[in-house]
Write a protein that binds this ligand. Sequence first.
Ligand code: PHE
Length: 358
Amino acid sequence: MNGLDRFGPLLEAWSGEHVVVRYDAPTGAWIFIAIHSSRRGVPTGGTRYRVYARPDDGLEDALKLAAAMTRKWAVVEMPRGGGKAVIAAPPDLERAARDGLLLRYGEIVDSMRGSFYTGPDLGTTSVDMDLLRRRTGYVSGHSKALGGAGDSAPFTALGIFFGMRACAEHAFGADKLAGLSVVVQGVGSVGVQLIELLKRASAIVVATDADREKLAQVEATGVEIVEPDAVYDQECDIFAPCAIGGVLDAATIARLRCRVVAGAANNPLAGPDDAKRLADRGILYAPDFVINAGGAIALVGMEHMSLSRMQVEDRLRGIGATLRSIFARAKAESITPEEAANRLAAENLAKPLEGREG
Ligand code: PHE
């Protein structure tokens, strides 16, 4: 089968270390484990399970996501490196076949002998992490029953929530979400948790998702819904991309009717010019790898740095503080918040490694 003809060009253009690739013959899935940087510690990142049009789309996603993990660990100053796994699965794999695929994937992670640590991401849950743990110990985010921290989604959502408050302060002058309208794109594990937090804070929530069934469940809880295609035209205060990446490009940014973009999705900007496009339209953008770091902070913090829940919550609140300083830096240096966050990540990456926690 073809579909990996961009393999060479993608790797040539990538700044990372290496990629472990496996074709899973029983299912026809491709597995990509992208190791971007081990400079600050063991490369650690979630496992994404998704159907792609072509296998090299999965590889491209893995490469970009792994690079984002390097920046994420650096901005939150956790002693980890960037890595990410993508399982590019065939559509409609039934349960037993999917489990088999995950178990074989777990064997590959185990064979890497601790040079890559993983956890949940889009398309995988704590239940899947429990399954992986039957084959390898290099997994975080497994259930509490098995000694893990459980799903990362509630922590990611809480970090987004604190981050949104910092955005609200910057854009609207008050550090609160009450009365603000928030459009949540994607009601996966993070999206639903975020919606709950927003409702409790008296924000006005509008949601969408390509998955009708999931959307109906959210609608049943009293949340207003919009068609997936109409989401960019929806007038609101905050647009929160919480699904796949690459959704904001020249065309969609031109349609946005919000003042802030702040959400959970990794790599929501399609290309390098999109941060500037948002800024030119007067839209405040919370860099994804800063605002969505809550899951990463919680899993590694609780499972590997013995942080308490309270300490983790303090660090999640710190996402708001980090964003405030990024917005201030962007203003002072006349750059986009994305560029300010990139500079912060690069500075932290360049610091000598001695004397760090962990
Ligand atoms: N997948 C989530 C992220 O991209 C959370 C996570 C981070 C899971 C690190 C495991 C390890 O941030």
